[in-house]
Design a protein around this ligand. Structure first.
Ligand SMILES: C[S@@+](CC[C@H](N)C(=O)[O-])C[C@H]1O[C@@H](n2cnc3c(N)ncnc32)[C@H](O)[C@@H]1O
Length: 264
């Protein structure tokens, strides 16, 4: 049951409207209240592989659930077909939820879906979600910024569109910058080389956070110089993020201190 809140409920989802909803990084408790409302109101929910079972269990029991796949390059449906399906469901007058992992407009081609729907005159809303970088950092106790050692944070993708040129790593190589790489496991070795070639020290701390915010979360720690070996040895599996920067060591030092307090 949706709790009573001291502010008005948003207007319910209308027939023929599409809600692009962020499901957050995995933990169902990280869904927004608005996302929960939309899941309860939907007639049809088109969801990605990354959306957790526990979140799908919160969908209106009378709604149709359609898996449209999508994990890095393993698309169950090509993007064009997903756009067309969304369009058809909305034009048929259903209340449509497009449920995407994390935030719907970060690294998930949500922008392309939004553009296609708007171009066809469909009414669309966006319900933001907690993106994986923010959820994973919180779950691992890593502050993405800290005034002593990280003035900013960049969210980048390690997965390049076919034929696209590489990222401008020089722009992400400041020693006081945290870099979070989505979909970067397969390219970990080349990302580590590129950052070092652009002046980032080999001793820069790295955390690999796998299945963040779920009961299966695993955090591996290494440095830019040892990242490739760490991936080869410990075989982290997607979904995973690379968090690169001094904040990783800072968080580890706080954790050691806390453990020391417990032992004392
Ligand atoms: C297609 S992108 C979608 C990102 C999503 N829109 C967001 O805002 O988090 C998928 C990538 O996000 C990252 N990711 C998503 N959920 C994650 C999780 N629970 N733990 C670690 N990484 C995750 C991984 O890098 C994964 O390959």
């Amino acid at each position: 049951m949706t709790p009573a809140l001291p502010f008005p409920h948003p207007a319910p989802l209308r027939a023929g409207q599409v809600s692009l909803v962020g499901a957050g990084p995995g933990d169902p408790d990280l869904l927004t209240l608005k996302a929960l409302r939309r899941l309860a109101e939907a007639d049809v929910v088109l969801y990605d592989l990354l959306v957790a079972e526990e979140i799908l269990a919160l969908v209106n029991k009378r709604a149709r659930l359609v898996c449209v796949g999508k994990r890095a390059s393993r698309h169950t449906l090509p993007q064009q077909d997903i756009n067309q399906l969304l369009l058809r469901e909305a034009q048929a007058g259903w209340r449509v939820v497009r449920l995407k992992g994390g935030d719907p407009l970060l690294f998930g081609r949500g922008g392309e879906e939004l553009a296609a729907l708007l171009a066809a005159g469909i009414e669309v809303e966006v319900v933001p979600g907690i993106t994986a970088a923010v959820g994973a950092a919180a779950a691992a106790g890593i502050p993405l910024t800290h005034r002593d050692c990280a003035q900013g944070v960049s969210l980048v993708t390690g997965h390049r569109r076919d034929g696209a040129s590489g990222l401008d790593w020089a722009a992400h190589s400041g020693s006081e910058q945290t870099v979070v790489v989505y979909m970067g496991l397969g390219e970990a070795a080349s990302i580590a080389s590129a950052l070092q070639a652009n002046g980032r020290s080999g001793s820069t701390p790295v955390a690999i956070i796998e299945q963040a915010t779920t009961p299966r979360q695993r955090v591996l720690r290494c440095t830019l110089a040892t990242l490739a070996d760490c991936v080869a040895r410990d075989c982290p599996q997607p979904p995973a993020l690379l968090v690169i920067g001094k904040v990783v060591a800072l968080a580890a030092s706080w954790q050691r201190q806390a453990e020391g307090c417990l032992v004392d």
